[in-house]
Design a protein around this ligand. Structure first.
Ligand code: ZN
Length: 373
C-alpha cells in the first residue's frame, strides 16, 4: 500500500544523490512511497515504472540498477526465488507511527552486491565507455540487455555503472572456485542465470541448444570408422575388378554398376579427405592453444564432424578448409575457447551443433575493438 513519506532537507545535497541523473533521483523518492514500512519492495520494474514514472520513456531497469550501484538501495534474493529491493536506513529516515511488519521473508534472504570495481571492469571488458549506453547480449541465449555508464551533471564519468535486463554471472560458478574477477564474469539474462544455477557453462550451452541436424541421417549412424583409416575397401575392390586392359568389353550393365561403385568410392574418399582436413586444421590450432588434439576419428565423432561440415557450407565459403578456418578464427576471439579462465575447448564440444552456431555468431567474443589476440 502506498504511503505518504517525508523528504529531509539534507536529501538534496547528499554527496551521492547529487551525482545521480534526475530520473534516478526521482525514482528513488518514488520508491519510498511504494516500499513497506520496513523499507522493502518487490523488484518489479514494469510496475515501478507505472507507479512512479508512467509518462517517461526511460530504461527503468538501468535506473534501478544504478541506485544499487550507488548503494542507495540493495537487492535481496529471497529463498522463494523472488528478488526484492531494500532501502537501507529507511526506518531511521522515515517517522512511522504504527509500523506494519514486512510481508517478505527477509531474514532468510541473501543480499546481492556487485562491487563497483567489478561493474566498471565488466563495462570496460564489453567495450562500454563513460557516457555511453551499450547493447549487450546474454552469453548463453543471446537475449538483449544493456550497460549504461552515465556522466554526472558536470559531464564527468560517473563512478557507477548500471546494467539493464542483464545480470553479472560467474562463468565458473562460485562453488567451483570461480572468483569475482572481470575475466570470470559474463553477462547473462535473468532466465539463463537462474536456470543455469551452478551448472558447468559448456554443459549448459550444449543442453540449452539441442542438436537439430535437418535432413541429414541421425548422428552416430554414419559409416563405420575405426580409427583414422585412409584405405577404403570399396575403392580397392572397384580397382581390382576394373575392366581396364581386358579384351572382352564388359556389358553395359556391368559398366553401370562399376561406374556407380567408382562414384560412391570417390564420394567416400572425398568425405574422408574432408574429415582429415578438418581434424588436421583443428590439431594445428589445438597445438597452438594447448587444447587436446584429435587422435582418433571415432564413428560418432566422424558423424558429428560430417554434420558440422554440412552446416559450415551455409556460410558461403568456397572450401571446407576456409569455412573451418573461419570457425577457428572465431575460437581465437573467444577467451574461454583459448583456455582462459577455463581449460581449453575440446573438439567434441566445438562439434556440438548449438555450440558451433553460437561460436560462429560470435556469441563468445567480447570487446572486439580491443582484442589482444
Ligand atoms: Zn539468456
Amino acid at each position: 500500500m502506498a504511503r505518504i513519506r517525508t523528504i529531509k532537507p539534507e536529501f538534496w545535497t547528499d554527496e551521492k544523490i547529487v551525482q545521480l541523473p534526475f530520473a534516478t533521483r526521482l525514482l528513488f523518492i518514488g520508491m519510498w512511497n511504494f516500499a513497506d514500512d520496513e523499507g522493502y519492495l518487490e523488484e518489479a520494474p514494469d510496475r515501478l515504472r507505472l507507479q512512479i514514472l508512467p509518462n517517461d520513456d526511460i530504461e527503468i531497469e538501468e535506473h534501478i540498477d544504478l541506485l544499487c550501484a550507488a548503494g542507495m538501495i540493495e537487492r535481496v534474493s529471497l529463498t522463494d526465488g523472488r528478488s526484492i529491493l531494500s532501502l537501507p536506513n529507511f526506518s531511521r529516515h522515515q517517522k512511522i507511527s504504527h509500523v506494519t511488519k514486512t510481508k517478505f521473508p527477509v531474514s532468510s534472504g541473501k543480499k546481492r552486491v556487485i562491487p563497483f570495481e567489478t561493474r566498471r571492469g565488466v563495462a570496460i571488458k564489453y567495450g562500454c565507455k563513460p557516457g555511453e549506453r551499450k547493447e549487450v547480449e546474454c552469453y548463453f541465449c543471446g537475449a538483449k540487455g544493456s550497460i549504461w555508464w552515465p556522466l554526472t551533471s558536470k559531464g564527468k564519468p560517473s563512478g557507477w555503472v548500471a546494467f539493464g535486463n542483464i545480470e553479472l554471472d560467474h562463468f565458473i560458478p562460485e562453488n567451483s572456485g570461480g572468483n569475482e574477477n572481470k575475466e570470470n564474469i559474463v553477462l547473462s539474462c535473468r532466465y539463463c542465470n537462474r536456470s543455469r544455477g551452478y551448472k558447468d557453462p559448456i554443459q549448459f550451452i550444449c543442453k540449452s541448444f539441442p542438436e537439430n541436424s535437418g535432413d541429414l541421417p541421425p548422428e552416430g549412424k554414419g559409416r563405420e570408422l575405426n580409427g583414422r583409416e585412409r584405405i577404403l575397401p570399396d575403392l580397392d575392390k572397384s580397382k581390382s575388378v576394373s575392366p581396364a586392359g581386358a579384351e572382352d568389353a564388359p556389358s553395359a550393365e556391368i559398366i553401370n554398376i562399376e561406374s556407380r561403385k567408382q562414384k560412391s568410392a570417390e564420394r567416400e574418399a572425398s568425405d574422408m579427405e574432408l574429415l582429415d582436413e578438418v581434424t588436421d586444421l583443428w590439431n594445428s590450432w589445438a597445438r597452438q592453444h594447448h587444447a587436446p588434439a584429435v587422435e582418433r576419428l571415432t564413428k560418432q565423432r566422424a558423424s558429428k564432424c560430417r554434420h558440422r561440415i554440412e552446416d559450415l557450407k551455409k556460410y558461403g565459403y568456397s572450401t571446407t578448409a576456409d569455412a573451418f578456418n573461419f570457425l577457428l578464427s572465431k575460437c581465437n576471439c573467444s577467451f574461454f575457447a583459448r583456455g582462459d579462465p577455463r581449460k581449453p575447448l575440446e573438439f567434441d564440444q566445438l562439434m556440438q551443433e548449438g555450440f558451433m552456431t553460437r561460436m560462429l555468431e560470435g556469441a563468445f567474443e567480447y570487446r572486439k575493438e580491443n582484442r589482444k589476440f
